[in-house]
Write a protein that binds this ligand. Structure first.
Ligand SMILES: Cc1ncc(C[n+]2csc(CCOP(=O)(O)OP(=O)(O)O)c2C)c(N)n1
Ligand SMILES: [Mg+2]
Length: 343
């Protein structure tokens, strides 16, 4: 299970059977949806890159699915957070429309993959520059503080590579100094593109860095949905209770290339066959059956409901209108008037 600076706190948290099954459904939606998007990409139907969260769904869901928009929580997603985005409340149809470049999508066909957001609902659009989302989420928290709001938490998703950027350091240090209710998730998937962690940092475990910032640190097996749910529940509760920033490092493996254009041939056989190379969806499924959370029949019914939901969502997006170059003005806002006047 989870271990770190507060192992006993995580151990005292209880996740109910219903919550676990709901979480399994959440990670399955993301997995099936992304498999579908990957096959559409290979069929040439997706313009732009496709970056999957395969193997990271449990860790992603466990943070974003336990934040609470009704309390004013905010979430800064990263590239492998399909599970977290959906769990936080982004309609799956928004994601399908974005990948397919549809005019009906939140980006109106301007972006083909992951820079969408729902800022009014607490999910700012993702910034590509690694580490920068921490400052953005800090900003949402400081704004809430100025407005006199209380009980809100900000979650932000990062990766191992991002922990070495200046933006990550500045953002986490600011959150610590300001004692912001921030939960930083670090998906340590053992690679930043093709760079292995041995070439990224010299400390034994990334969680060791938390102490340097003066923030609480937790380390968790990111392939274990139950452990992830428990550790994030603890971290979120502590942040909400005024105990300052929390940093959770999940050990896992990216079970795909950096993007679908990358065959990931550089990932070592040792990493693939190790404990953290396990597939979190398969591990959660096994847990459901082993602990009798659902019968085989109930589980299969849930899985076919999810399959149908994803297929229906993607089919709807596929049937919708593509943007028209004659009607759409895609110029930068600053030059829009100029272009419009030319017509
Ligand atoms: C500041 C910055 N440098 C480089 C990049 C290019 N880039 C995009 S994703 C990526 C790898 C990120 O690695 P990690 O944080 O471990 O996340 P992962 O892709 O493994 O999920 C890089 C180098 C970037 N977007 N921003
Ligand atoms: Mg990585």
């Amino acid at each position: 299970m989870s271990a770190g600076i507060f192992p006993s706190a995580a151990a005292s948290v209880r996740v109910s059977v219903d919550e676990f099954v709901l979480a399994y459904r959440g990670i399955l939606v993301a997995r099936i949806f992304e498999e579908k998007i990957a096959s559409l990409y290979r069929a040439g139907k997706v313009i732009g890159g496709v970056y999957l969260g395969r193997g990271q769904e449990a860790f992603s869901y466990a943070l974003a699915g336990q934040l609470d928009r009704r309390l004013g929580d905010t979430f800064g997603a990263c590239i492998r957070d399909q599970a977290g985005r959906t769990a936080f409340g982004e309609p799956l149809l928004d994601a399908a429309r974005t990948y397919l470049g549809k005019i009906t999508g939140p980006m109106r066909g301007r972006d083909g993959n992951i820079h969408r957001g729902l800022p009014r609902q607490g999910m700012p659009a993702m910034i590509s520059h690694l580490g920068s989302m921490i400052s953005v989420i800090n900003g949402t928290l400081i704004a809430k503080r100025y407005r006199g709001e209380s009980a809100y938490v900000g979650g932000v998703s990062t990766g191992d590579g991002q922990t070495s950027t200046g933006a990550f350091h500045e953002g986490l240090n600011q959150a610590a100094v300001e004692k912001l209710p921030l939960v930083v998730a670090v998906s340590n998937n053992q690679y930043a593109y093709s760079t292995p962690i041995a070439k990224q940092y010299a400390c034994e475990d990334l969680v060791d860095r938390a102490a340097g910032y003066g923030v609480a640190g937790y380390s968790v097996d990111g392939t274990d949905l139950m452990a992830c749910l428990e550790v994030f529940r603890t971290a979120i509760a502590r942040a909400r209770a005024g105990e300052g920033p929390q940093m959770v490092v999940g050990k896992l493996l990216r079970l795909s290339g950096h993007g679908e254009h990358d065959d990931a041939s550089y990932i070592s056989a040792e990493a693939r066959s190790g404990r953290y190379g396990r597939d979190c969806v398969a591990v959660a499924r096994e847990r459901i059956l082993e602990d009798g959370f659902l019968t085989v029949k109930e589980l299969e019914a849930l899985e076919s409901e999810v399959q149908g939901f994803v297929e229906q969502t993607v089919a709807q997006a596929q049937s919708e209108e593509d943007p028209s170059s004659l009607r759409e003005d895609w110029s930068a806002l600053s030059t829009r008037r100029l272009i419009v006047n030319q017509f």
